[in-house]
Design a protein. Sequence first.
Length: 194
Amino acid sequence: MHIHQMSVTYLPEQDRILMRINTTDAEEMRLWLTRRLMMGLWPLLSRMLTDHLLKLESAGASLQTADDELRKMLAEFRKEEFLRSADFETPYNETRSKLPLGEEPLLITDVDATPLPNGPLRLSFNERPANGSPRSFQMELEAKLMQGLMHLLEQSLNQSGWRDAFSPAAAPAGEPSVTEDDQSTGLRKPRYLN
C-alpha cells in the first residue's frame, strides 16, 4: 500500500478525530481517534519521531549521549525542514474510493508503533470491540510522511482543546497557592482547593 494523501479532522459533534488515508490504489481507510487514545499516543509518537529523526543524522550514534536540549533543538530543526517541503495546500481527494475496512471508520482502541531497522515507522491501528470481530489497519511511514501526519494531528488537537489535558495545568494568576505557611510551626501545610 502506498499512501497518496492523509486527512485529519476534529469533528466537535463526535468529539473525535477522523483520520482518513487515501492510497494510490484509490482505497480509503477511515479511523476514529478518541481523546483517551490520543493522551497516550501523542507523547509516544512525539518521542519516537524525535528519536527517529536523530538516528537519520550523520552523527546519530553520538547524539544518543547528547544533552536533551541539543537533541530537542536538532529534532525541531529537522521537523521544520520536513514541513517546508510538505504539501498541505492540495485538497484531500473526496471522490468515492474503495473502502476495504468498511463504510464505518474503525474506532481505534490501541496503536502499536514499531520503528523498523530500514528507516520507516510501522503503525498498527487496532479496533478491539467488546462484541464483534476485531479490525485493524497497518501502515509504514517514512520520516517526512510521519512528520506530516504529526503536523495534521497537532492541528486537530489544537482545534479539539485536548492538548490542555496532556500537560499539568498551571494555577491561574491571582489564585491562592496550593500550600500555605503555618505561622505557629513554620511548616507548610496542604491546602485543598475542592
